[in-house]
Design a protein around this ligand. Structure first.
Ligand code: G6P
Length: 387
């Protein structure tokens, strides 16, 4: 049943549209929304040992690596344990110091990615506690790790990973919530996140309603050869993952850029012609985001915004910061004349689950409009089992 395309032309679009359901499957039997508790059966005997580790190292490739980046801030905030996030191949190239009191989390959709498996072997040899976050049950990584959590997203056929990303993201959030269950000082933050998880499926469904508009906007961009996706804080991972989606299936040179780094180089690329998508949903960095918008529009850049529904408008954000009249006028025109996709607002650390869907759909339509089959990007494989 799940491996048929049904009414969809491609597996990728089907899998994008499955997400309201697949993320619920990821949380099923694990998150109790009434008692606000999280129970991960596969980790229950190991949670207190992980809490005692001196460092958590998250290791993955591709989209799975981005799910680690998307949740790193939350792990740091809830656990107060130092967190590193590693691309498996680079980790292997360096062969960095690793200790018995490190916990290593291996994130992989297929569970068979060679680089990730070799990194796992390296960590096992050094006596670290190895945890798997895997979709494919019975795969190499789920067998070789000491313990773990299956993301239960169901089979993913499209080479460009979509529903596995959102389920990995939610699984990592659930692990961070489990690790901080004993922390009194984190209870209200944990409750806020669990309440957010309870609403996220319906909100994701709402984002899917933007499909037709995204399709129409993508039509205006098919002839472009390059594209910038800007985000910061929690949305840096969204920018990187969105750029990966767009480049792997539409072959547009899309680059995900940390907005704070704009002035250190990428600003030189900005002009009236280059397509720029700015992730500008409301969070504690909103004032800095507004600054970034000012930097781009001052160079004639014309961003497409991913913004919050019912949030403060981009203009109000600037007004609060310094009341500058000139910039305000500029932003006002930016808001009214530039394309803007509005997504429902959730807790800051979950917002990436909604924002990424816009970019997944964008990537899909760019590929289709350019005549490419998004399910079979050239030169790429679903699982890369060689180094
Ligand atoms: C390949 C796929 C990507 C995937 C990456 C990691 O490059 O094309 O979509 O993100 O491998 O795969 P994994 O199965 O380990 O998550």
């Amino acid at each position: 049943q799940q491996i048929r395309k049904g009414n969809f032309d491609h597996f990728m679009l089907k899998e994008i549209f499955e997400q309201p359901e697949s993320i619920v499957n990821t949380m099923r039997g694990r998150v109790n929304f009434e008692n606000r508790t999280v129970k991960l059966g596969g980790l229950s005997n190991y949670i207190s040992a992980i809490r005692r580790s001196r460092r958590i190292v998250m290791i993955a490739c591709g989209t799975s690596y981005h799910s680690c980046l998307a949740t790193r801030d939350l792990f740091e905030e809830l656990t107060d344990i130092p967190i590193s996030v590693e691309i498996a191949s680079y980790f292997l190239d360096r062969r960095p110091p690793l200790f018995r009191d490190d916990t290593c989390i291996f994130v992989s959709q297929s569970g068979e990615t060679a680089d990730t498996i070799l990194a796992l072997k390296y960590c096992i040899e050094r006596g670290a506690m190895c945890v798997g976050v895997v979709n494919a049950v019975g795969s190499g990584i789920s067998r070789q790790t000491l313990c773990g959590v299956h993301i239960n997203a169901g089979p993913e056929i499209g080479v460009a990973s979509t529903k596995a990303y959102t389920s990995q993201y939610i699984t990592l959030v659930m692990i961070a919530l489990s690790l901080s269950e004993d922390r009194l000082s984190k209870q209200s933050r944990r409750n806020e996140i669990i309440d957010g998880l309870g609403k996220i499926s319906a909100q994701l469904q709402e984002v899917l309603g933007l499909n037709d508009r995204i399709q129409a906007v993508s039509e205006t961009l098919v002839d472009k050869l390059k594209m910038l996706i800007l985000g910061r804080g929690y949305q840096y991972a969204t920018a990187l993952e969105g750029a990966l989606k767009i480049k792997e299936i539409s072959y547009i040179l899309a680059e995900g850029i940390l907005t704070g780094e704009l002035k250190h180089g990428p600003l030189a690329l900005v002009d009236a012609d280059i397509p720029i998508i700015m992730i500008a949903t409301k969070d504690k960095l909103f004032d800095k985001i507004i600054n970034g918008i000012g930097q781009v529009t001052a160079r004639s850049g014309k961003p497409i915004f991913i913004a919050s529904q019912n949030g403060p408008t981009l203009v109000e954000g600037k007004k609060k910061e310094n009341g500058s009249v000139e910039t305000k006028a500029e932003l006002q025109s930016a808001e009214t004349s530039y394309v803007r996709f509005e997504v429902p607002e959730t807790v800051d650390c979950l917002q990436g689950l909604l924002n990424i869907v816009i970019l997944q759909i964008f990537g899909y339509w760019l590929a289709v409009k350019k005549g490419y089959n998004p399910d079979h990007p050239r030169n790429l494989a679903k699982a890369v089992t060689t180094e």
